[in-house]
Design a protein around this ligand. Structure first.
Ligand code: SF4
Length: 309
């Protein structure tokens, strides 16, 4: 075993010990570094992790993800202390819309319900009628009585949703840099190397790229689809962190991913950060109560709508 491996192993053991001593729970998003996913109590998408935060008995949540996710945990679990190991772990897509900009849009376009992707700040959720995830966006839009909706902030998820609903869908011009960067040529290159592989894409990818998909779904949908499929090879169109669990849970299958798909914000958190966060119980994330209650309402309405896939 190398010195680095020895060091990492002892750090992992210390983290697990501290988690136990402090009655905490460690949650890791599907895009986190492998070594963080490995020692987390629970891994999953942002909404699932927020629901776990609300339902668990732990007093302290160590949320290994990005800022808006820790905020959602605060919104759904106001009685718990939520800690984000690296405060600067943000989401460029969430930052493409602010509550002020959304308020202005609403004033100029009265009466159009706002559907906010969960990848938004609590303040933006508080200004929205209902939230959605990449796994329920179509069902959420169909659940709204109005004939027209505004989806924020991801233009690609909105355009994908628009193709599967009779409602008129408008969209904000935001995007996830990690998914928006994907090009058809990246997939074609992998497809040439692995012609029998299925192409599974996240709806945050651009519309022209999504045309190449055998299946389009959320990260949670990807785990179940690949597990249940009889295919043996898959080309995945989402952040590289998805590969850790896919490979662990499907050892008889092969997974390939375009090398451009790395989110720097998801990779900023290290084992050392998690160790220091649980030891010092900071940085703590909070959401003002007035905003929390409104954001909770938008999330709660969404939770009553079933998943698309
Ligand atoms: S992968 Fe995209 S949506 Fe997720 S945190 Fe990174 S920039 Fe934001």
């Amino acid at each position: 075993m190398s010195q680095r491996e020895e060091y990492e192993n002892s750090l992992k053991q210390e983290i697990r010990q501290l988690i136990k001593e402090k009655n905490a729970i460690m949650l890791a998003h599907n895009y986190q570094r492998d070594e963080i996913q490995e020692i987390a109590d629970v891994t999953g998408d942002s909404l699932y992790l927020s629901q776990v935060s609300a339902d668990c008995n732990a007093e302290i949540i160590i949320f290994c993800g990005v800022h808006f996710m820790a905020e959602s945990a605060c919104v759904l679990a106001p009685d718990k202390k939520v800690i984000l190991p690296r405060l600067e772990a943000g989401c460029p897509m969430a930052d493409m819309i602010t509550a002020e900009k959304l308020k202005k849009w609403k004033a100029e376009n009265p009466g159009i319900p706002i559907v906010a992707y969960v990848n938004t700040t609590a303040e933006v959720k508080a200004e929205s009628d209902i939230c959605c995830t990449s796994g329920n966006a179509i069902s959420v839009v169909n659940s709204i009585e109005a004939d027209e909706v505004m989806m924020v902030p991801d233009q690609n998820l909105a355009q994908h949703t628009a193709k599967h609903t009779n409602k008129k869908v408008r969209w904000w011009k935001g995007f996830c840099p990690t998914h928006h960067i994907l090009k058809k040529r990246d997939l074609n290159k992998l497809k040439e190397e692995h012609p029998d592989a299925k192409i599974i894409l996240h709806p945050e990818c651009p519309p022209d790229v999504l045309e190449m998909a055998d299946h389009i779904c959320s990260t949670s949908g990807m785990y179940s689809y690949c597990k249940e499929s009889t295919a043996k090879k898959f080309i995945m169109g989402t952040e590289i962190g998805i590969l850790y669990r896919l490979r662990k849970e499907n050892q008889d299958k092969e997974f390939f991913l375009p090398e451009v798909m790395i989110c720097p914000n998801m990779k900023v958190t290290t084992l050392e950060d998690v160790h220091d966060a649980i030891k010092n119980l900071e940085p703590v994330i909070t959401v003002p109560e007035e905003i929390r209650v409104k954001a909770w309402s938008a999330l709660d309405k969404m939770l009553k709508v079933p998943r698309d896939n």
